[in-house]
Each structure stands twice: as C-alpha cells, then as structure tokens.
Design a protein around this ligand. Structure first.
Ligand SMILES: Cc1cc2nc3c(=O)[nH]c(=O)nc-3n(C[C@H](O)[C@H](O)[C@H](O)COP(=O)(O)OP(=O)(O)OC[C@H]3O[C@@H](n4cnc5c(N)ncnc54)[C@H](O)[C@@H]3O)c2cc1C
Length: 325
C-alpha cells in the first residue's frame, strides 16, 4: 500500500496533492501497490469527494478540531497511529513548507528512512530507487531503500505533472478515530496571507519574471504590463529584491520561492544556478536575453536573443491585441 498525505488549505486540495497522487499512481502500477490518500482536518467532506474521483483505492480521513489548521503535534500523533495500523510500504509527502515540517519528525518517530526532495524513481527488479537532487540541483543522487518498510519520501513540487492524474476511481472511505495524546506545543494565533494576485506564486500558472537586465526600478513596469496582458503573476531574481525594486515575496530561487508554472518568462535573467533551482521544473520556459551564451538558454524551451526593451513591449502589444480580438 502507498499512502499519500494530502495537503490542503481552505477546503481545497493543494496542487502538490495531485502531483503526489501521480507519483503514487506510477509507483503503484510498477510495484502492484494499491493507493490510499490520507486527509487530516475538520470538515474534510469536500476533499474526500474530490479524492474519491481519482483512480485510487482508499481514502482515510481523520477528523478533529485540533487538526483543522496544520499543527505538527496533532498531525504527528494522528499520522503515527494511521501508519502503525495501515502498515504502508511507502508514504509520500509534499516537499513543501508543511511537508518538510512534519515528514522528518514522522520518519524519526517511527525510526524509518526518509528520502527528501524526490524528483524521479525507477524500479530495479523489485526494489524502488528514488532520485533526489543535491547541491542546489547540480547533481542527482539515487537512493536505494533498505530495511523494513514503511519508507518515507517527500516529492519536490513540479517533479510529477499534476495533469497526468488518472481519475475514474471509486475509493472506499475509511474514517479513522482520532485519539490525541498530550496538549500541542504550538498554538496558531493568526494566519497572515500574502497579498493575493501579486505574490501568490506557488500556484500561479503563468509567471513573468524580471532580472537585473531591467537596469532600474521603473523599468520593471514592462514586466508588470506583460504579466497583466498575459494574465500572469510577477516574479523576480534576487538582485531585483536586494536592490529593493520589489519586496522579498517576489524572489524566485534557492533563497526565495520554488515555482513550477505552466509558463515561465525569464526576462533579463542570466540563469544562475540559485535562480534555476527555483524555476527549472516549469513546464515551458521562455527566456529573453541579449546574451546568446546566458545559461538561462540551457533550460529554456524557447529563447529570444535580443534587447528586452525592444522585445517586451512588442510582446505585450501582441497579447493585448489578441485579448481584444
Ligand atoms: C546563497 C545565495 C543564494 C541566492 N539565492 C538566489 C535566489 O533565490 N534567486 C536568485 O535569482 N538569485 C539568487 N542568488 C544570486 C544568483 O547567484 C545570481 O547572482 C542572480 O540570480 C543573478 O540575477 P540576474 O540574472 O537578475 O542578474 P545577472 O546575473 O546580472 O543577469 C542579468 C542578465 O540580463 C541580461 N541583460 C542585460 N541587459 C539586457 C537587455 N537590455 N536585454 C536583454 N537582456 C539583458 C544579461 O545578458 C544578463 O544575462 C543567490 C546567490 C547566493 C550566493
């Protein structure tokens, strides 16, 4: 059995949950393992309905007031019980802020291995070999799982394409009785959301990012205008943020956000490794740079070698005209 720990917010599954299910469906086929989605929360009915439609075998739901907002103590307590009872072979968790908060604790509590940040796997005879990226994605490391299952793995956002998720199942729903031990050491006082539309990059389908090639702050308007014309969100490289042209929430890269949109524009961005690790899993990358040797072209699917001050206004005009047509 493969367990997928569903991640959700405001009664909606987060995109990483679909990506984990794709990972599980692929491994499930290769190793003939059934799939269970595990949902913790309160009022999880809409999530169960959505998960039931996917091609999986079971949904385990654990409902409790203390699970309504993510909190590692009750999460750990509940997941430990579910895993000890269900005895899965593999437990898949998102390599997200939330997943990386509880996955290591969970694996350590059960004294089992955790392979963090997986991007691929292969079947070697009957064994599962997991690939993770190391040294800022400069190298891949293959890891063979040893010892007794369950094995724990987190999957990097964008590594498994959510649109390949197979539907058409009629999963059995199992309600797990939650018995929580001691009091939680953490209390959520308030949730402060990032300003929507401008900086909610994690689930943005289109991102238009600008870099130092824009030369000065007011030129960044070109990026905002293109983003508006194409219906995308704005992102930036680190020098843009360091120069205070934009706040830190816009930064993409190893010390900023990791994104995997369907379409990513890199404009006046050289493609340093610290930027690439935050965006290279985007489905389609379009780079605009006057330097044909810029490393960004190594990951770009489409490249325009020219002056951005000429190309970007022209592109914006085309998209605006298309919208009006
Ligand atoms: C620990 C650490 C963490 C880091 N974290 C991050 C991070 O999270 N995100 C990040 O982005 N960086 C990060 N960096 C910085 C990173 O190493 C690079 O310095 C940075 O990504 C470069 O940003 P850039 O591409 O905008 O600028 P540059 O490297 O200066 O590139 C500017 C590009 O614009 C092009 N250009 C200039 N003028 C034009 C024009 N008129 N038309 C078209 N193209 C033009 C140039 O050819 C050039 O390729 C980090 C560095 C360290 C050491």
């Amino acid at each position: 059995m493969i367990f997928v720990i569903a991640e959700h917010k405001d009664n909606k599954l987060k995109p990483i949950t679909s990506e984990l299910l794709v990972f599980a469906q692929r491994v499930g086929k290769d190793l003939s393992q059934p799939i269970t989605a595990v949902v913790l929360g309160s009022g999880t009915e809409p999530l169960i309905e959505e998960l039931k439609r996917r091609k999986i075998d079971r949904v385990i739901t654990a409902e409790h007031e203390q699970l309504s907002d993510y909190n590692p103590d009750p999460y750990l307590d509940t997941l430990k019980q579910i895993i000890e009872k269900g005895k899965p072979f593999l437990v898949l968790i998102g390599h997200t802020t939330q997943g990386m908060d509880f996955a290591p604790r969970l694996a350590a509590a059960l004294r089992r291995p955790l392979i963090a940040g997986c991007v691929e796997y292969e079947k070697e005879e009957d064994r599962l070999v997991l690939t993770r990226q190391i040294f800022n994605a400069k190298m891949n490391m293959k890891t063979v799982l040893r010892g007794e299952p369950p094995y724990f793995a987190t999957a990097s956002p964008g590594a498994f394409p959510a649109d390949e998720l197979e539907s058409g199942g009629n999963a059995e729903v199992v309600r797990f009785p939650v018995v929580l031990g001691g009091t939680s050491r953490r209390k959520i006082l308030e949730r402060v959301e990032a300003q929507k539309g401008k900086t909610d990059l994690s689930s943005a389908p289109i991102i238009v990012s600008g870099g130092r090639g824009l030369k000065e702050k007011q030129n960044f308007n070109l990026i905002f205008e293109l983003a508006e014309a194409i219906g995308g969100s704005v992102g930036a490289s680190r020098p843009v943020v360091d120069a205070e042209w934009l706040p830190r929430e816009y930064q993409i890269g190893s010390s900023g956000q990791t994104v995997s949109p369907k379409l990513y524009f890199a404009i006046g961005i050289s493609g340093a490794i610290q930027h690439l690790v935050g965006m290279q899993s985007s489905r389609c990358i379009v780079a605009i740079n006057k330097d044909a040797e810029a490393p960004i072209f190594k990951v770009a699917h489409y490249g325009i070698v020219d002056d951005l001050f000429k190309v970007v206004p022209a592109l914006t005009k085309i998209f605006k005209d298309l919208r009006q047509a």
